[in-house]
Design a protein around this ligand. Structure first.
Ligand code: S3P
Length: 441
């Protein structure tokens, strides 16, 4: 078990870094390539524990993955997929580690094949709800044997599927993607309707693999027509905006900072946190400078912002910033007034109960935080004090406590720091580089 000492003595942040590859796009790139009938070259794939879980999973299911490490810490992959012959029965259970995306998207992919596969995961993943995926996939014709409570470990028994029209009770890109991927094996049109817009990487990326995806933004609906063949395609993975959010908030909060984060995916379904911080008065801008396949890519500039103020974030915006609520809550400790997040109950079923964790963790550092079953309020401004903060094995909490240590009166020791390996193993390295940048400048 490792810990990290994050201290205000590090000084301002300056300079530029490229954040690692996007986690959601990396998972999808590996999975779609594994499903394809041919060889795909994926560049700039995130090298993290979660994506490694997906790579090992597709290998166990018969795809061939050749991986080369890049100098920037990412991975280049050559993936040869199983195509029309489908996945093979793996020799044992597939370990999804900490990764909800691996487990849920695999359930959708396996649902349409005549295989039986057991999925297992770590303690956190084994607590997370899977009925939200099993229920629609069972309607399509797959069957599941989960643990009591509808969680992992579970066995997927795939088979012949029928197309469905499904109104999702929760806005979740993982559920939406699982149904669309199952729909590729069902005869007819599979339609998914979301209660609020969630990240749309599956819809954007599948056409590159030869699969048309219909969309009606007004109705928040998307669909695929099956059965569909997945063709090989190359993919370059842009930087992860969710990872960028932690460095951006650090720069907004540490006096004297000014940084630029390059090569970030600026897909509008992921940049909700940018809009919220701008509404709070942050000196934060984005600039799209190219398209990487179907994803807009550019830079995020963040400058120390001394006059942040509280805002209310309505429930229908949460799916667009679901992974950033904890770091936004930290930013809110520096804002004058109340920052309120509505409809954030989903945070209770992430890698940890993030609502409870953020309330307890920020309060322990001196913040004023209130929460209910599905809302969170932070009242500021308050200067945090140092202390010991536990990641609870949750990567986004680990990085939030590390940023808290940069702005608190005294250092913060982040316990179970190694959780950061799930999405941003080089976080401390990139942060140190930005701190060095300011010393050199
Ligand atoms: C993800 C979707 C989100 C997000 C997760 C990645 C994805 O989960 O929290 O980190 O890649 O589809 P939900 O879809 O369950 O909200």
């Amino acid at each position: 078990m490792t810990s990290l000492l994050a201290s205000p003595a590090g000084g301002p942040l300056s300079g530029r870094v490229s954040v690692p590859g996007d986690k959601s796009i990396s998972h999808r790139g590996v999975l779609f390539a594994a499903m394809s009938a041919g060889s795909c070259r994926l560049t700039g794939v995130l090298d993290s524990a979660d994506v490694r879980s997906t790579i090992e999973a597709v290998r166990a299911l018969g795809a061939v993955v050749l991986a080369t490490g890049r100098r920037d810490g990412g991975l280049d992959l050559e993936v040869t997929g199983w195509g029309a012959t489908g996945p093979v029965r793996p020799s044992g259970p597939i370990d999804c580690g900490n990764s909800g995306t691996t487990a849920r998207l695999l359930m959708g992919i396996l649902a349409g094949w005549d295989v039986e596969v057991s999925l297992i995961g770590d303690e956190s993943l084994s607590r997370r709800p899977m009925s939200r995926v099993m229920e629609p996939l069972a309607r399509m014709g797959a069957s599941f044997s989960p643990a009591a409570g509808g969680t992992l470990p579970l066995r997927v028994c795939g088979g012949r599927l029928r197309a469905i029209r499904y109104e999702m009770p929760v806005a979740s890109a993982q559920v939406k993607s699982a149904i669309l991927l199952a729909g590729l094996r069902a005869a007819g049109r599979t339609v998914v309707i979301e209660p609020a817009p969630s990240r749309d990487h599956t819809e954007r990326l599948l056409p590159g693999f030869g699969v048309g995806v219909g969309r009606d933004a007004g109705e928040r609906a998307c669909w695929v027509d099956g059965p569909a063949r997945i063709l090989p395609s190359d993919l370059s993975v842009p930087g992860d905006p969710s990872s960028a959010a932690f460095l951006a908030v650090a720069a907004l909060m540490v006096p004297g900072s000014a940084i630029v984060l390059d090569g970030v995916a600026l897909n509008p379904t992921r940049t909700g946190f940018v809009a919220v911080l701008q509404e709070m008065g942050a000196r934060l801008t984005t600039s799209v400078d190219r398209a990487s396949g179907a994803e807009p890519v550019g830079s995020i500039s963040a400058t120390y912002s001394s006059s942040l103020h509280g805002v209310t974030v309505a429930a229908d915006r949460i799916a667009g910033l679901v992974d950033e609520v904890v770091i936004l809550a930290l930013a809110a400790t520096a804002a004058t007034g109340i920052t309120r997040f509505e409809g954030v109950g989903e945070l209770r079923v992430k890698e940890s109960d993030r609502l409870q964790a953020v309330q307890e963790g920020l309060s322990a550092l001196g913040a004023t935080v209130r929460s209910g079953q599905d809302w969170l309020e932070v009242e500021g401004p308050v200067r945090l004090h140092g202390g010991r903060s536990d990641s609870l094995g949750d990567h986004r909490l680990a990085m939030t406590w590390a940023v808290a240590g940069l702005v608190a009166r005294g250092p913060v020791t982040v316990e179970r720091w190694d959780a950061v390996d799930v999405s941003y193993p080089r976080f401390a390295h990139d942060l140190a580089q930005l701190q060095d940048g300011s010393r050199v400048g």
